[in-house]
Each structure stands twice: as structure tokens, then as C-alpha cells.
Design a protein around this ligand. Structure first.
Ligand code: CP
Length: 311
């Protein structure tokens, strides 16, 4: 696979470091990987001899499994670090942990951590390329890339689409990376939720619209993305109650009618069914939820291929 952009040796902290052309190049590489994933024999020898280390220090199902599957599909070696059974739990520092792993010959790190900026620290200690698999509330660029790919493959472009993202915008790293990537590709993004969950400064930084009324936010939307209501934050007093949130903002048969007739329905997962999205919508013909998961494997294969210089 030929590519005019050079990704080799770079870090993927967030999408602001990548141009629209580079994002399109990643989407094109993802299409190729998707074709490979549809074959009976899904494995390529392209990254044989490379070693990838996953460091998941916060829970994950989709991101971790799809990254690890992607490493295996491209025939790289995988080292999967388990914080709870490592020497970190005996008090070893992150710096010593990374230097120790590095001495074993890691070529690329993938990290999820609750602290924003942890991918940059891993790069500082290792001097190896690092991919951000979610750092605190800051960024989740590979989720944004798979979301963008899922729209791009269905609709052919993001230019001038109306994309409405509904939910807990304030605490979402997914929304921040999506706002950067979607804007670069020319989409008009509206974020919607209660005032306590939608920071007012977002339009100035990301060029999106803020709307607190769901019907107005969804009017003529081409794409609707629900976000997980972060139940662990309910004691922060940001909502009167979950029931109140659901009454005003749930994606349901009734509320999605405000959008275009065949609007795509997305959710990065994990979902709280019956809180931010009703099951009949999550499981509907219009829903891309499982397509997003499948595309997550292909996009992560494409990233590993490009960043490790696959042939
Ligand atoms: N969307 C997402 O990041 O899911 P996981 O937490 O399961 O990886």
C-alpha cells in the first residue's frame, strides 16, 4: 500500500497534529484493512519482527481488544501490560516501568490512562512512537478516527454534514477528538446536553455549535451520536436525576424523528440502554454501533501499518 504521507515514527496524541489530507490517508488505509478483515484468512505478515506493547491502566473492552487484534492480524508481537499484576503495584514508577519494558525491545506503545498527557510521558521515557488509547477527559483519537471512518464509508464525505453529538460533553474525551477531526473534514457539529454538561467555551475552541434543546439540536441532522452518561459522576450534582436527563435527552423513536429520516445513529460505547439511548434505536437498521466496533479493528490495523512502516 503506497502512501504519500509519512507517519513512521510519529506519535498519535490527538488529531490536531494531523492535517485533513493525512486523516483521509488513514481512512483510505482503513478501507484496505477492512477488505482484509472480510477475507477468510485475515492475517498479513507485514509487521513481522515488530513488537507492540499495550498499557491499559484504565478499563476498556473495545479499544483494547481491537488494538490487540490489529497487532495480531498484522503479525507483530504483542506484549500486553497488566498494571494490577505488575511491579507498578509494588510501587515501581511509570518511568522505571517504561524504561524496563523499553529494554526488552518495544517498537510502539499504546496507552490508556486516567491522566491527560500520559502518552507524552511514555514517549519521553521510551523515545518510541506512542498511540493514545484515551487519556483522562483529554482525547481518544482512535475512537474519533473510527467514528469518522464509519460516517465516511456510508456517506462518502463529512463535508457540510450536520452531526449532532448528545450527552455528557463535558467529561468526554471522545467528543473532543471528534470535534477536531470532524471539523477538519468540513462537518458542521452541534453538541447538545444540559448546561452543566456542555462547556460554553467549546464553540470558540472547536468551531462547533452548542444547543441545550434536543429538538433544535437534531433538526435536519445527518448523523446523531449519543454519548455515555458517566454514571460514576452522578454524585457531582450536575443533574437533578438520571430520569430527568432521560426525559429531555434520550435518543428514542420519538426524538430521532427531529433529524433527517435516515440519519445515522452512532454511539462509541459502552452504552447505558434506556438512559441515553433506547434499545430500539441502538439496535435499529439506522444504528452503526456494531459497525463502529468492527471498523475499530480496521482503523487500528491501518494506524499500526502506517506508523510502523508496514510493507
Ligand atoms: N469506546 C471505548 O473507548 O470503549 P472502551 O472503553 O470499551 O475501550
Amino acid at each position: 500500500m503506497k502512501n504519500k504521507h509519512n507517519f513512521i515514527g510519529r506519535n498519535l496524541y490527538d488529531l490536531d497534529d494531523y492535517s485533513a489530507d493525512e486523516i483521509i490517508a488513514i481512512l483510505e488505509a482503513t478501507s484496505v484493512m477492512k477488505e482484509i478483515n472480510e477475507r477468510d484468512y485475515k492475517k498479513l505478515p507485514t509487521l513481522r519482527g515488530k513488537t507492540v506493547c499495550t498499557l491499559f491502566m484504565e478499563n476498556s473492552t473495545r479499544t483494547r481488544m481491537s488494538f490487540e487484534l490489529a497487532v495480531n492480524r498484522l503479525s507483530a508481537d504483542l506484549v500486553s501490560f497488566q498494571a494490577s499484576i505488575s511491579a507498578l503495584s509494588k510501587g515501581e514508577s511509570l518511568q522505571d516501568t517504561i524504561c524496563t519494558l523499553n529494554a526488552m525491545g518495544i517498537d510502539l506503545y499504546i496507552i490508556r490512562h486516567r491522566f491527560p498527557g500520559s502518552p507524552q510521558l511514555v514517549h519521553k521515557y521510551s523515545e518510541k512512537p506512542v498511540m493514545n488509547a484515551g487519556d483522562g477527559r483529554h482525547a481518544h483519537p482512535t475512537q474519533a478516527l473510527l467514528d469518522i471512518f464509519s460516517i465516511w464509508e456510508r456517506l462518502g464525505t463529512l463535508k457540510d454534514l450536520k452531526i449532532t453529538i448528545v450527552g455528557d460533553i463535558a467529561h468526554s474525551r471522545v467528543v473532543r477528538s471528534n470535534l477536531i477531526g470532524m471539523k477538519k473534514l468540513g462537518a458542521n457539529v452541534t453538541v447538545c446536553g444540559p448546561k452543566t454538561l456542555v462547556p460554553g467555551f467549546l464553540p470558540e475552541i472547536y468551531g462547533c455549535k452548542v444547543e441545550h434543546d434536543l429538538e433544535t439540536a437534531l433538526k435536519d441532522a445527518d448523523v446523531i451520536m449519543g454519548l455515555r452518561m458517566q454514571l460514576e459522576r452522578q454524585n457531582e450534582g450536575l443533574l437533578p436525576s438520571l430520569d430527568e436527563y432521560t426525559k429531555q435527552y434520550v435518543l428514542s423513536k420519538r426524538t430521532i424523528q427531529f433529524a433527517k429520516k435516515d440519519a445515522l445513529i452512532m454511539h462509541p460505547g459502552p452504552m447505558n440502554r434506556g438512559i441515553e439511548i433506547m434499545p430500539e434505536i441502538a439496535d435499529s437498521q439506522q444504528s452503526l454501533v456494531l459497525a463502529q466496533v468492527a471498523n475499530g479493528v480496521a482503523v487500528r490495523m491501518a494506524l499500526l501499518f502506517l506508523f510502523l512502516g508496514g510493507k
